[in-house]
Design a protein around this ligand. Structure first.
Ligand code: NAI
Ligand code: NA
Length: 395
């Protein structure tokens, strides 16, 4: 079939297998020339199909020949209806990994559930024995608690006061003011239940009790801080509370892994266009200004560049360069004073008329469509493609 992008607000309902494949192969190429010395060997990636999780899987596999198991929640294709992009990404990754003699298998289902955890554990026991790294990279709006069956919904709201600031509709380029009412009721607790650290800890507890974690085991989850501009809706909002919880969980995990000298870390990453971040108000305007400034300075990175730096210059380097709160920071370039000062200046000037010049709206849009395999360089979109792609290592 011929597949074209079909957008509804900040989501795209279609995705392109060849474009997704090209994105994955580009990331593999990037990592092949940047190996990780003493990198991980047996890796579980939870949230492995897109964004930072996919980049972590690729960096593990192609940076240090790691065997990888990927867990994700993606929609398979049906005749005439393309799969979600993470499906095609995983198909492309596993196809290439197998060609290159790398072990790569995956499990598609709800990582929050006991069933998927048990299935993953069994696969580790059967195929890998022990693992030395778990990357936790889930981004989800909902979680059904595995023990109580309660379904939690996360919200992206400020706490206390209504937040008013500019945002951009990146499809139309219209910059306009929006107001977001403060959270109420159980919003904070619910958001912590979905995006906090409880599920991460459940995974590690299970794997530890089954004795499948090797000596010096590491686990890493991803967090975000960002500038004062987005603070009210992000870091000091409901999602920020969940990130606080996630960060505190890293220490609990480290405490629980003393016997094997295991470590739990949070890495604070840069703001990037992913399916998760395009849903957050104000962030798209911030990202389009940030991209402009960082590209001008020659320090722009995508997911793969971020994770390569995380592995090679932090996790598997001499010095993790932890901040005062014990976090790994690869948002260091985003947060540089000179970068933030420039973004803040541009923010004051940003209007529908000025944004195409002062911001990188085109870069934002390209990245957004790239997430779904569209607008990828070197792909012929007029060519018929088979939407019924299989993931070779799917269990
Ligand atoms: P993403 O949307 O690209 O990836 C989410 C992954 O989680 C996908 O593999 C998806 O299949 C999987 N997933 C979602 N629900 C699932 C479920 N119930 N069961 C199994 N798998 C499930 O998101 P992104 O942006 O890569 O986010 C990953 C982490 O990085 C999040 O914690 C996010 O807060 C964090 N982060 C994101 C930043 C950004 O700007 N995008 C910046 C810094 C941190
Ligand atoms: Na991810």
């Amino acid at each position: 079939m011929i597949i074209e992008p079909k957008t509804r607000g900040f989501i795209c309902l279609t995705s392109h297998p060849t474009g997704c494949e090209k994105n994955v192969l580009n990331q593999i190429d990037y990592i092949k020339s940047r190996p990780t010395t003493n990198g991980p060997k047996n890796v579980l990636v939870i949230g492995a199909s897109t964004g930072f999780g996919l980049a972590s899987r690729i960096t593990s596999a192609y940076g240090s020949n790691a065997s990888t198991i990927g867990v994700f929640f993606e929609k398979p294709p049906t005749e005439g209806r393309p799969a979600s992009p993470g499906w095609y990404n995983s198909a492309a990754f596993e196809t290439q990994a197998h060609k290159d003699g790398l072990y790569a298998k995956s499990i598609n289902g709800d990582a929050f559930s006991n069933e998927i955890k048990a299935q993953t554990l069994k696969l580790i026991q059967d195929d890998l024995g022990k693992i030395d790294m778990v990357i936790y990279s889930l981004a989800s709006p909902v979680r059904t608690h595995p023990d109580t069956g309660e379904r939690f919904k996360s919200v992206l709201k400020p706490i206390g006061d209504t937040f008013t600031n500019n945002t951009v509709d990146f499809h139309t380029g219209v910059v306009k003011e929006i107001s977001i009412a403060p959270c109420s009721g159980d919003d904070i607790d619910n958001t912590i239940a979905v995006m906090g650290g409880e599920d991460w800890k459940m995974w590690i507890d299970l794997l530890k009790s089954a004795d499948v974690l090797s000596e010096d085991f590491k686990t890493v989850a991803y967090s975000y801080i960002g500038p004062s501009l987005t603070e009210a809706v992000y870091r000091k909002g409901t999602i920020g509370r969940a990130k606080d919880h996630l960060e505190a969980t890293a220490f609990e995990i480290t405490d629980s892994l003393k016997a094997i000298n295991g470590k739990g870390y949070v890495s604070v990453n840069k703001a990037l266009v992913t399916q998760a971040s395009s849903a957050i108000p104000v962030i798209p305007l911030y990202i389009s200004l940030l991209y402009k400034v960082m590209k001008e300075e020659g320090i722009h990175e995508g997911c793969i560049e971020q994770i390569e730096r995380l592995f090679n210059e932090r996790l598997y380097a001499e010095d993790l360069q932890l901040d005062e709160q014990g976090r790994i920071r690869v948002d260091d370039w985003e947060m540089r004073d000179d970068i933030q000062a420039k973004v803040l200046e541009l923010w004051k000037e940003a209007t529908t008329e000025t944004l195409p010049n002062i911001g990188d709206l085109e870069g934002y849009k390209t990245d957004f469509f790239n997430l779904f395999g569209f607008n990828v360089e070197g792909v012929d979109y007029d060519k018929d493609v088979n939407e019924m792609v299989a993931i070779p290592g799917l269990q």
